[in-house]
Ligand binder design. Sequence first.
Ligand SMILES: O=C(O)CCC(=O)C(=O)O
Ligand SMILES: [Fe+2]
Length: 239
Amino acid sequence: MTPENLFPKAGPSDWEQITRNLNEKGYALIPGWLTEEQCRTLIENYNETSAYRKTVVMERYRFGMGEYKYFDYPLPRIVQTTREEIYPKLVPVANLWMKVLGTDVRFPGTHPELQQQCHENGQLKPTPLILKYGPGGYNTLHQDLYGDVFFPLQAVLFLNQAGSDYDGGEFVLTEQVPRAQSRAIVLRPGKGDMLIFTTNFRPARGKKGYYRIHMRHGVSEVTRGERHTLGIIFHDAVS
Ligand SMILES: O=C(O)CCC(=O)C(=O)O
Ligand SMILES: [Fe+2]
């Protein structure tokens, strides 16, 4: 058993455990956030062109191999409610991180208030997206920053079952600490699970106070089947 498997899974509403996991590891897994039917409906609507504002073919930008679509406003109900519901739970974590790292950035308590800040900064476009990878698909390591206003945590929801719907396609996080090589964390959540993770950096305690661990995320190669995910990013985008 790897250390990652020993890491406790949090229950759907156990925000104390989720908060601990975020503070200690920079990510937290919440099993069973979506039902089977919600996963199926989101996948079925992938070809519903009116729901989306933009399609990105990943190989064109050397982002990897696969395709994703940004939802347009108004977001599908499940996307909107998830975004609004989890944001306030994550604000205390985000604000603690900003504080201990010595920044004067603080995030407002509700998602509409964060959106207002984004809008004042010219970030008007919705960022929630649905991604689709077939055999050979992958996503290179990246950070989802879309402007000067960015929230340090985001969520990804897994819409297919690893090991039956697809093989490979692990979710990969890397941690970069000052003056050291990167460390990889490889996760394989199940269908319907939600993973909350660090968008850009999180604090770690050192001998002389807190320092930044920079994190990036991506997806290893899908070797069989189709893998869909739903990404929920809280800040809006310039374009
Ligand atoms: O497909 C994945 O698991 C990664 C998706 C992603 O990069 C994101 O939601 O920001
Ligand atoms: Fe991403």
